[in-house]
Design a protein around this ligand. Structure first.
Ligand SMILES: [Zn+2]
Length: 631
């Protein structure tokens, strides 16, 4: 079997990867005087990439003095831009063999004996794409005949060269069928074009690479196999070809797979070394380099390369990303948080988007009802639609009836009454029209997240995000936390809880949702009072991760009227002091309609307080809207 390898004029040894080995005293480097042994001082030119004469062709050239080789003095790899001779300096061979990546397995070399110079069909195909056949030929493109779907077809053969060997071939018909040799190694196409350059253009295909060569660039390679290419095909060339590249021009396609490839490449090479080429000049746009050349010409392609923007670094932001929002604060101050109208509670806590609220409380203090009322008030007063994940509030229609009762201000029922004549009948406590209005309002403002198809935090948050996209929700209630399935794995539950809370917190930041998490307390020791978020069951992370921490304690022994309950709220944490402060306050609770209300604390002598529980309005909240109602 033959391989269409380069034929040097002289006798040289070769590395296993096909680079000829050139003794250093055979080099004639520009600006590098030779010592007594005839060795050039490679440090003398003062740069990594130097020019030298070609050890193979210069002697026989007309322009004998031309320094036609670019040589990387770090890796010792050189390439002649006259004859294509590729070599490594003898003194660098050991380094090269040690540092270059090894092939994972043995690959075959392709049979190149059937390749022929580019012929008629190929020439027309290339010319149609504004590519001169000699440009393609110089880059190792040939013609071949190959069977596609049982039919013999004439096609272009793009040889993948490494050193002076062909390691693979991609065959491409004029109708864009293509195939590569399956037993051969896939490497980036034209990878040796990186030798002796500190900038490199990377395209998504060979035709685009040829288009750029047509525009005068010789430092152009293509990824191995289109948008699906595996970046690991670059591994073997990192040391020898890529470490010296200061700037990669990512010049792939503009479609979605192209953008994905670009992101993969940027991560692989490091964003700081990458520039992004957009195939657009003014209103002239194209999907790739070749189309840009065909439709808008060489100058347009050059402009795209020259205007390539620095690649953004993933996970890093600059102050400028926040300049406008920061200037807004300078101009207007911090937007005040939202309150719910519960007197002392409002003084302690104001809510803002993107935060996490942890609510913990003794059993039967009404944590869920408190959280529901909070969420409903924010929805009604501030238009913050909400998603509720409340699996303990079962069945859902009972939960909805409770929410409707809160909105109505009285039981969402018909009441059984008896007439004087002893006839029972059901009298609605609210008229049916109002009942329907309340349900309509709930329908467009409150959404339930169910356990169907899983209750891991990812799945729950995914549903919340979908509700945000479709309905614009701004609040999420997770009640209770222990219904969230912890991740699998060997970590302790405490660490898993920490991980889940981190997910919730980051999700809140990313989406701007205000997230309430209701947590059961750990079993209190005898005589121990629940008074901080450290009482939350499972992990101190609840307190660490909370933006707001609320502890609910029943304080009925202090109440001044029997029709309402008295709740003490320990505000254990408010992360941002623009949104409230730590301390203790009270709210009342009306068990008839599940509403909470204002309490005035009256400070008496001797640190004794008296709690003045005010009336909670029993009016339907929807009354206050302009639409006339029966009330
Ligand atoms: Zn040469």
């Amino acid at each position: 079997m033959q391989n269409d390898s380069f034929n040097p004029q002289k006798q040289w040894e070769q590395t296993s990867t096909g680079y000829y080995i050139v003794p250093i005293d055979k080099l004639d480097v520009k600006g590098a005087p030779k010592d007594n042994d005839g060795k050039p001082d490679l440090k003398a030119p003062g740069k990594t990439i130097v020019r030298c004469k070609c050890p193979d062709c210069s002697d026989t050239r007309k322009h004998q003095d031309e320094h036609c080789v670019r040589l990387d003095t770090m890796t010792g790899l050189g390439k002649c831009y006259n004859c294509g001779f590729k070599f490594v300096i003898s003194s660098k061979v050991a380094d090269y063999n040690k540092k270059r990546g090894y092939q994972k397995k043995k690959f075959k070399l392709p049979d190149t004996s059937k390749l022929r110079p580019i012929d008629g069909i190929g020439i027309n195909y290339l010319l149609d794409r504004k590519i001169q056949p000699q440009t393609a030929a110089k880059a190792g493109v040939r013609s071949a005949t190959r069977t596609f779907d049982g039919i013999e077809r004439s096609c272009l053969a793009f040889t993948y060269r490494e050193g002076n060997k062909v390691v693979n071939i991609q065959y491409k018909t004029t109708s864009k069928d293509f195939a590569v040799e399956t037993d051969c190694e896939l490497i980036p196409w034209n990878i040796d074009a990186a030798i002796g350059h500190d900038t490199l253009i990377v395209t998504e295909g060979m035709m685009d690479a040829l288009a750029l060569m047509e525009c005068g660039f010789d430092n152009v390679i293509s990824v191995s196999n289109g948008a699906e290419s595996d970046v690991r095909t670059f591994d073997r060339f990192r040391y020898s070809h890529l470490d010296g590249i200061r700037t990669f021009y990512l010049a792939g396609d503009m479609d979605e797979p192209g953008v994905e490839l670009r992101q993969k490449l940027a991560l692989y090479f490091g964003e700081a070394r990458c520039r992004i080429v957009e195939w657009r000049v003014g209103d002239d746009a194209a999907k790739d380099a070749n189309e840009m050349l065909i439709e808008h010409g060489v100058d347009a392609v050059l402009q795209c390369i020259n205007h390539a923007q620095l690649c953004p670094i993933v996970g890093v932001e600059t102050i400028d990303d926040y300049r406008e929002r920061t200037k807004y604060i300078w101009e207007h101050g911090i937007a005040p948080g939202k309150t719910v109208g519960w007197g002392e509670f409002d003084d302690h806590v104001q809510f803002e988007p993107g935060r996490t609220v942890i609510i913990v409380g003794e059993p039967n203090t009404g944590k869920s009802t408190f959280a529901d009322d909070l969420v409903l008030n924010l929805a009604l007063q501030h238009g913050w639609k909400a998603a509720l994940y409340s699996p303990e509030m079962f069945p859902p229609e009972r939960h909805i009836e409770r929410l409707a009762t809160t909105i109505a201000g009285r039981k969402f029922r018909k009441e059984l009454v008896q007439t004087e004549r002893g006839v029972d009948y059901r009298k609605p406590l609210i008229p049916e029209r109002m009942a329907d209005r309340i349900l309509d309002w709930l329908c467009s403002n409150v959404f339930f997240i169910t356990e169907t198809s899983g209750r891991t935090i990812h799945k729950l948050l995914h549903r919340a995000e979908q509700l945000q996209h479709r309905y614009g929700i701004q609040q999420l209630l997770l009640d209770p936390f222990n219904y969230i399935q912890l991740p699998e794995g060997a970590k302790s539950d405490t660490m898993k809880i920490g991980d889940v809370l981190a997910e919730i917190e980051l999700f809140a930041h990313r989406t701007g949702l205000l997230i309430f998490v209701v947590v059961h307390p750990s079993k209190p020791q005898k005589g121990e009072q629940i008074d901080s978020l450290y009482n939350a069951s499972g992990s101190a992370e609840f307190r660490n991760r909370a933006d707001y921490g609320l502890v609910l304690v029943n304080d009925d022994k202090q109440r001044t009227r029997k029709d309402y309950h008295l709740l003490k709220i320990i505000v254990d944490k408010v992360r941002d002091d623009a949104m409230g402060h730590k301390g203790t306050c009270h709210v009342s609770f009306d068990p008839q309609n599940y509403r909470h209300g204002m309490v005035q604390t009256i400070h008496l002598l001797g640190e004794v307080n008296q709690y003045n529980i005010l009336d909670i309005s029993p009016h339907c909240w929807l009354d206050q809207t302009k639409e006339p109602t029966l009330f």
